[in-house]
Design a protein around this ligand. Sequence first.
Ligand SMILES: CC(=O)SCCNC(=O)CCNC(=O)[C@H](O)C(C)(C)COP(=O)(O)OP(=O)(O)OC[C@H]1O[C@@H](n2cnc3c(N)ncnc32)[C@H](O)[C@@H]1OP(=O)(O)O
Length: 186
Amino acid sequence: MSVGSRFQKYQVIINFLVFINKVIPKKINKLFLVLFRNIPTPLGVLIRYVLLKNICLSVGKNLVVYEGVVFDSPETMSFGDNVSINPYCYLAGEIIIGDNVSIAHTTAFHSYNHTWNNPDLTINRNPLYSKKIIVKNDVWFGCNCIILSGVKIDNRTVVAAGSVVNKSLKSNSLFAGNPARFIKSI
Ligand SMILES: CC(=O)SCCNC(=O)CCNC(=O)[C@H](O)C(C)(C)COP(=O)(O)OP(=O)(O)OC[C@H]1O[C@@H](n2cnc3c(N)ncnc32)[C@H](O)[C@@H]1OP(=O)(O)O
């Protein structure tokens, strides 16, 4: 049985755990998310689901987060239904993900960039800024992709393994490469 279908079977219990967990402040839940990051098995998936439900802007049904996934600022993220995030992905900043999105291993989303406008400061002392990443519905990211700030990825898109996405991607298409280029309609 897949983790997603087990989720459906135990939905009532899961909702109860989410409800109980609401008494714990967001900050503590964020700390727990780090502590429970590397727990494998469906138990780890369940713990991370309950924590993220109470940290993120919104989380739909069946968010499956495998071990080793790093969330930097999860309180600025939102996930739809049936989203899976495979091991060792990295998500940072303002990220809005729709329904039925599959993110394969070691893919990274970065909504932050450094500025370098103040020449009296080193680049790492110049402020960061964030531009929201938006992923619509029915999108598959192959492993080891990098998604950069401000891009919007439209419905039913495939992003091939190892792609670097620096511009928005249109729907019903396969994109691949660095930078990700249109390959074909799907
Ligand atoms: C949760 C999970 O998802 S776990 C599974 C994780 N799996 C992966 O990450 C694998 C991801 N798979 C890929 O990237 C595959 O290459 C796919 C699915 C995109 C291939 O799709 P296909 O429709 O078979 O495309 P096909 O292999 O015919 O390639 C079409 C063109 O795109 C290019 N292309 C395909 N994949 C890539 C890639 N990753 N990077 C660069 N170019 C690529 C091909 O070289 C080809 O170019 P050409 O026409 O100039 O020869």
